[in-house]
Design a protein around this ligand. Structure first.
Ligand code: KG4
Ligand code: ZN
Length: 335
């Protein structure tokens, strides 16, 4: 079964053709990063406009890349939630038009479900159930993936997401957007213990996260160093800060897996590209004799191949939408 998948939830206009949820026939991403660098972050209105300009060409390139004709398709999968509302609307309306015009089923796909599904592309034998840590610019969730379309969030951030704090701290260090990625690069070789950060916990909720206190601690250190005219060692600072975030992510996930008896751990979302997070999870899973699955780096960030992967499993469950489908800025993964 071949699906055309479309993703416009943030600042990447992406389209892909995916066969049976696991085989990517083409994947095209038009990134807007260069333009948003000017502003130090994603400007939602600009993102929407760029999606409108890019989407026809991106879909055409994906179809050509897969040597595919519209008549070869079995459905149109599209990210409908969560994300920037104006950005999502571009993909959703384009997909609705195609679905109507071609008489093909329309499959709405939740963005976090598709981040998890990126792993089905890289790891052909991976099947639920498993425990997933989903970490992106807007979310930090520990999720029980009971089946391909059955999810239970057991831990979440109470305030900022992991990617969000990485981006903000990077910006305060003068590191350009995209902050998380550039902070990861800048912290290579730095010392994890050079700067001290708190280990925040959420009372009575052992799997929840709270990153805003960590972020404030980091910003205060940067500001007070500036006032005293002291240099911040970027590599050491970045390494220590990332280490603090990674400690929270790994410790809570490890605890949840032990408590609930999961032996399969799956990382997902843009932050799962982080080198320290990946190597820490390698260690934790080795120590516990658990299987670890991570998307290859090119599939960690937003892309449409993962939408096609999850779309396949939504299709099998008859999770279709009609033309009243709307985009939604916030939406729970459980559905
Ligand atoms: O999943 P994603 O591409 O978009 C959202 O759904 O939010 O995640 C983007 C987030 C950004 O906050 C970005 O800074 C972060 O992922 N990110 C990273 C790395 N690469 C991307 N954070 C830490 N280390 C990285 N290597
Ligand atoms: Zn994402």
């Amino acid at each position: 079964m071949k699906l055309l998948a479309i993703e416009t939830s943030c600042d990447e206009t992406a389209a892909a053709v995916v066969e049976d949820g696991r085989t990517v026939l083409s994947s095209v991403i038009a990134s807007q990063v260069e333009e948003h660098i000017l502003y130090g972050g994603v400007v939602p209105e600009i993102a929407s406009r760029r999606h409108v300009e890019a989407i026809c060409g991106v879909v055409r390139a994906a179809m050509q890349g897969a040597s595919c004709d519209f008549k070869d398709l079995d459905g149109i999968a599209v990210t409908h939630a969560p994300g920037l509302i104006g950005a999502l609307l571009v993909g959703v309306n384009y997909a609705k038009g195609l679905s109507y015009g071609l008489g093909l089923p329309l499959i709405p796909v939740h963005h976090l479900r598709s981040h998890i599904a990126a792993n089905y592309i890289c790891h052909k034998s991976l099947e639920p159930p498993f425990l997933s840590l989903v970490v992106s610019g807007g979310h930090s969730h520990i999720i029980e993936v009971k089946d391909y379309t059955e999810f239970k969030v057991i831990g979440r951030t109470r305030d900022d997401a992991a990617g969000e704090v990485m981006d903000k701290v990077a910006r305060s260090l003068g590191i350009p957007y995209p902050g998380g990625l550039n902070l990861d690069k800048a912290s290579q070789g730095g010392s994890d213990a050079a700067y001290k950060f708190p280990r925040p916990r959420v009372d009575g909720r052992p799997y929840d996260f709270s990153f805003s206190g960590l972020k404030t601690a980091a910003l205060n250190l940067i500001n007070s160093a500036g006032q005293r005219g002291e240099e911040i060692e970027t590599a050491d600072f970045g390494a220590s800060f990332i280490n603090a975030v990674v400690n929270c992510l790994t410790e809570n996930t490890e605890q949840a897996a032990k408590d609930l008896g999961y032996k399969k751990i799956v990382l997902a979302g843009g932050v799962s590209a982080n080198s320290r997070l990946r190597s820490r999870f390698v260690d934790v899973c080795k120590k516990n004799d658990w299987a670890l699955f991570m998307p290859e780096i090119s599939l960690c960030g937003d892309n449409a191949a993962m939408v096609g992967a999850q779309g396949y499993y939504e299709f099998l469950k008859n999770n279709f939408a009609d033309l009243s489908l709307n985009a939604c800025a916030s939406s729970q993964i459980e559905g």
